[in-house]
Design a protein around this ligand. Sequence first.
Ligand code: PLP
Length: 483
Amino acid sequence: MEYQSTRDKKLRAGSAEAVLRGLAPDGGLYVARPPVDFDVHSVLRLDTLGMAEKILSALLPDFRDMGALVRRAYAGKFETEELTPLVPVGGRYVLELFRGPTSAFKDVALSMLPQLITAAREREGVTDEILILTATSGDTGKAALAGFCDVPGTKIIVFYPENGVSEVQKKQMISQAGANVRVCAVRGNFDDTQTGVKEIFAAGVKENCGVRLSSANSINIGRLAPQVVYYYKAYADLLKAGRVACGDKVDFVVPTGNFGDILAGYLAKRMGLPVGKLVCASNRNDVLTDFLRTGTYDRRRPFYKTISPSMDILVSSNLERLLWLLTENEDEVAGYMRSLTENGCYTVSDSLLSKLHAEFAYGCCDDAQTMETIGKVWKTEHYLMDTHTAVAWRVAEGYQTDTPVVVLSTASPYKFPTAVLSAVGGDTSGTEFDVMFRLNELTGVPVPPNLARLQKLPILHRDVIDREEMQAYVQRRMRQWDE
Ligand SMILES: *Cc1c(COP(=O)(O)O)cnc(C)c1O
């Protein structure tokens, strides 16, 4: 299976090269037509790691011994060996994607990506060390740090906005151990931090300095492919529970930001999994709802900060991959993307819109509805969900179907304790750690071990710099890593 840019079919790459490069040279994303001869039925009988091995081998055929990479990525690192448990809640199912080492859904992909990058580096004969640079507004930073921690041949620097992440998220990052990791606060907001990282990538590093820059961003196919696995896992659990017979369709409702999670569901379907509709759930930033309804993607709109911050996004980069997968026409996709850059919007063809409507449903809700949903589901079902999951649940409630529905849950409620405690009627005074423990007292839902021990961990990273210093900081770190 060969990958190519979504914008130019001449820009080809094998799966290992695509993982190493991240983005195609023309700014497009690497895509390939999914395998059609995939043996769904035998894969559904495997355990989660077995499924991961088969699915990742099919999508990334360059990698030998995928079984060993999968075990190194996941074995013993998640709360349960099945990685992503499926929990029945009030007639639907919640697929818990947050049982990983940092209690974020990003753990599923960011545990695997470092293994793929190091294996790709060996396969491609790259001797340079890989330096991962990441700007984070919260969850990605910690999940990337945990994934790359002490992975040979890699180093990672995470920048975060000094006052732009929650207390728990900050403590998660600045307590990160590992000889190859650095964490640095930037005076400014997330946009400043992200712009700084983009400038460092644009400037590049000196040739022959023994380092190659890479990103842990969700546009990398090495981050997308591992996410296909949990759709299969969820379906296998429904089979085991006797809730579906082989071949019956299942609908998935996905809390969406950058469109990576839901696109993985579409890849699962193209590989043969009986997926019915994929329901794209958004918060008040409803650019995708409008797009899926009308066929016009228009980013020229206000940006709202919501209580589901990982879905606060105006440009969902992985959508470009879907446009290619539905058209296989790189000129058409390149045209849409050019229009997005130049005009801030594009409108897809009628035939593409009807293909979108055949595969996807959509919906959105605001913060008040999100809070109300958390409170109501706790009261009636005794299930505690985080703000992102609640957006998806709310959209699922408004979606009519006779098919079994799986709602993807992307964060532990303890990652967003203030909103969640307030939604279930608790007192949110004090620090975020106070709130976390009070939420536990009120509900009895266990705090994930990594978060429970966090408050007492020593602080290992104290660097704080101005945005203009970021590039110099990276240069200095590369010269004197252990300082
Ligand atoms: C990243 C994230 C999302 C959005 O996932 P995409 O793949 O970007 O659509 C949703 N919820 C949480 C908690 C996340 O961290």
